[in-house]
Design a protein around this ligand. Sequence first.
Ligand SMILES: Cc1cc2nc3c(=O)[nH]c(=O)nc-3n(C[C@H](O)[C@H](O)[C@H](O)COP(=O)(O)OP(=O)(O)OC[C@H]3O[C@@H](n4cnc5c(N)ncnc54)[C@H](O)[C@@H]3O)c2cc1C
Length: 396
Amino acid sequence: MEIFISGAGIAGLSLACLLAQSGMSVAITDPNLPDTCPDNTEHGTRTAAIMNSILPVYEQIDILDDIKSYSTPLESLRIVDTPAKHFKKPIERVFHAREINEAAFSWNVPNNYLLYTLLKKARTLDTLTLIPRDKVIGFTHHPAHITVETEKNGKYQCALLVGADGRRSFVREHAGIKVNETEFNQTAITAILTHSKPHENISTEIHKPGGPFTMVPLKTEGNNHYKSSLVWIETTPDAQRISHLSKSEITANIQSLSHGYLGNIELENMIQQTSISTMKSKKITGDRIALIAEAAHTLPPTGAQGLNLSLRDITSLKEILIEGKNLGSDLGSKTTLDRYENARKHDIALRSKSTDILNQFIKQDSHFHHAVRRGAFSVLSDIQPLRETIMKKGFK
Ligand SMILES: Cc1cc2nc3c(=O)[nH]c(=O)nc-3n(C[C@H](O)[C@H](O)[C@H](O)COP(=O)(O)OP(=O)(O)OC[C@H]3O[C@@H](n4cnc5c(N)ncnc54)[C@H](O)[C@@H]3O)c2cc1C
């Protein structure tokens, strides 16, 4: 076997399918990887806005049409800065993808559906071995390979071990790779909403103290059954307080924060919470090890960059490995891994830093920060060349 992947989340499965589709022999394991493909899947509360420019990854795996059948194009982005005590009126600006000659900025994809589609595809690929309900518990280095050990006594020899095992990555920690982490004392509350007004494929991001409140369009089901996913960021103590409220109290809070953009709102399922931090691994490679996605970097949901950044890691690693294989190189060698480290380090550093700054900027609520934010927001959105540059840079 050439590549072993630890972690079958969206990132791990995307890489596994991409490599196997190109003829590489790959194995992947995860304690949550089911033995069989489930007939149906729960919607869950998490969705991800995947940028147009990243979608070719799924075209290469040949599942893009399937994904688009349950996803929603985000054609416009409405940003609302709500008035704090110092200001009387909210500022609202709407950005349209057509202004930069695009049909959509991104597509809102329900995470569980995407996982299910990837799993279905993975099961059809001859060179991909799925190892269900197991986990990586160790590895040993050898001059020409690495041996991966799993909890169910599996021992697998491969050229390269890829850590796609999330923000608390076992592979990263066991390899002794250190991280820089910033906790924000913020929590993301997620839910699926049904509502009486159509969303018109507009994603609405309302800036408020504590963090943004974002309603992202989902596919309309049946007759006027409008749906959106919610990412509602609060300080962690406020999120804890909200978690103890009843469903009707939470709905009333959401109704008030939504400022009527979606009409009358109902909660389709109960909320889920995820704490927010920025984490950046000091290196994304080790001895016969490569880290991708949240094992290498975790970002706050502000800016919807996390999975998009992960899919860039995946595209880059795939290209380097396929080229290496074609040249007959050792896929776990330092030369191969240095190419991956160098290809990704600047983009990861830049996007982590800019998401961090954006998150800090939005959550500050002093008079000074609020005034700067409102001024900057008006200037950036009202001067046409600046507005276009920001849209092009932000969504590529
Ligand atoms: C509220 C919220 C909203 C977001 N919205 C967006 C968005 O709009 N756009 C965007 O681009 N991104 C978004 N993101 C980020 C995106 O959801 C994540 O980047 C993505 O889901 C993480 O995928 P992953 O595969 O890296 O990690 P995970 O989903 O955490 O998968 C890691 C897997 O590794 C497995 N694992 C752990 N340990 C082991 C082991 N020892 N052996 C084997 N397997 C193991 C776990 O079981 C898990 O299945 C959002 C994140 C949040 C929190």
